[in-house]
Design a protein around this ligand. Structure first.
Ligand SMILES: Cc1cc2nc3c(=O)[nH]c(=O)nc-3n(C[C@H](O)[C@H](O)[C@H](O)COP(=O)(O)OP(=O)(O)OC[C@H]3O[C@@H](n4cnc5c(N)ncnc54)[C@H](O)[C@@H]3O)c2cc1C
Length: 349
């Protein structure tokens, strides 16, 4: 069987492309390496907490394509809790700088039922099928169509293929026959996978003790076990949590040791009650081989410039398209970049 369009990757880009195609009455098949949809959107449900974000979480008013999509899918969102006192830690030898967020600052939002609500809703809305647990390893140009082979031996044929994987991963996992143009390969090699090397953690609690003490739960830190932590309670205000990013220097520690360091640090800058957690969850994205290559360890200190114009071209005699958040000039790396990249790719198809 030959497919009209195959999309590689069921992350936000791939699912949005399939959704936009569906609106045009066109069927697409998505092939996904993981056993779930969402890619870098990963919302965890535990026994006590329904939506803990270990992947993408926030967006702002400037993310207009994402907001439009959320409105269209009838997905609600709420403002990130920032009331009360926050701490900025420059140096462990002196007390932290305490501050209150200006209510006129740019607002940041979270999706009410977790970021997964958007990928779940897109998955339900699309016309074609999503094939999970199939990692594509080869794409060959067969003249009038492209042939895709997965690591477990399945072969798919399609008139058009859209790849939405992070570009470094794409280069390391897929063999192209014939090879892709050098200019494209060079650009992909230097395209950093946004947040691909981050370690995220969530501590869940019975009560929002920090809110009760007039604190926001936010700590921004240039040193120590944690680089950022925020209130991660749900919008119904009946499940409470703190969520943040671990200092990458703790990557080589065991999970238990990392947790102890985080608790010790937050006890100092939030309250000793941090120790009374219900559950600790973490995800080191650098170990996730559907996001990052083994070789990739190039840390970036500022947001890279994404959306190289080479990604706007078509390859393999106009049958192959390269999409994904890092190909977007607009907010590349973010969820907005993923949605924008989907819109752009569709305009060219
Ligand atoms: C920890 C973390 C925090 C983040 N926080 C935010 C945030 O707060 N706000 C924000 O806007 N953005 C955030 N981001 C970024 C956001 O998650 C991404 O911009 C967006 O989800 C990217 O979507 P995508 O579809 O382009 O790529 P991906 O989500 O990476 O999707 C690519 C898909 O391809 C699949 N795939 C990979 N290899 C193969 C293969 N060989 N064959 C088949 N399928 C394959 C993957 O499994 C994946 O599902 C965060 C990311 C991380 C990791």
């Amino acid at each position: 069987m030959k497919h009209e369009i195959i999309i590689i990757g069921a992350g936000l880009t791939g699912l949005t492309i399939a959704y936009l195609l569906h609106k045009k009455g066109v069927k697409a098949t998505i092939i996904e390496s993981r056993d779930r949809v969402g890619g870098r959107i990963y919302t965890l449900k535990t026994e006590t907490h329904s939506n803990l974000e270990l992947g993408a979480t926030w967006f702002g008013n400037k993310h207009t394509n994402l907001k439009h999509l959320l409105d269209e899918l009838n997905i609600g969102y709420f403002q990130q809790y920032q009331e009360g006192e926050s701490a900025l830690v420059f140096n462990t030898m002196v007390p932290p700088h305490l501050f209150v967020t200006n209510p006129n600052n740019e607002k940041s939002y979270r999706i009410k039922n977790g970021s997964k609500a958007i990928v779940d809703s897109l998955s339900k809305a699309i016309l074609g099928s999503i094939i999970l647990n199939q990692k594509i390893k080869q794409i060959s140009d067969k003249g009038s169509y492209l042939e895709l082979t997965s690591t477990n031996g399945y072969v798919y044929r399609a008139n058009n293929v859209i790849i939405t994987m992070p570009q470094k991963l794409l280069l390391s996992q897929i063999l192209f026959k014939p090879e892709l143009p050098l200019e494209l390969v060079k650009t992909m090699k230097s395209t950093h996978t946004w947040m691909g090397d981050s370690i995220k953690f969530v501590l869940s609690y019975k009560t929002p003790f920090w809110r009760e003490a007039g604190k926001s739960g936010m700590v921004i830190s240039q040193i120590g076990a944690v680089t950022e932590v925020y209130d991660h309670s749900n919008y119904q205000k009946n499940e409470f949590a703190l969520m943040g990013f671990v200092n990458q220097n703790l990557r080589s520690y065991s999970k238990e040791d990392r947790k102890s360091k985080i608790i010790e640090y937050l006890s100092k800058y939030i309250s000793l009650e941090v120790q009374n957690y219900m559950d600790y969850k973490e995800k080191d994205w650098s170990l996730d081989n559907s996001t990052l290559t083994k070789e990739e360890s190039d840390r970036v200190s500022i947001h890279p410039e994404y959306g190289n114009p080479v990604f706007n071209k078509k390859f393999m005699n106009d049958k192959l398209y390269i999409a994904g958040t890092e190909t977007s000039k607009l907010f590349g790396g973010y969820m907005e970049g993923a949605v924008s990249s989907a819109i752009y790719t569709l305009s060219d198809l």
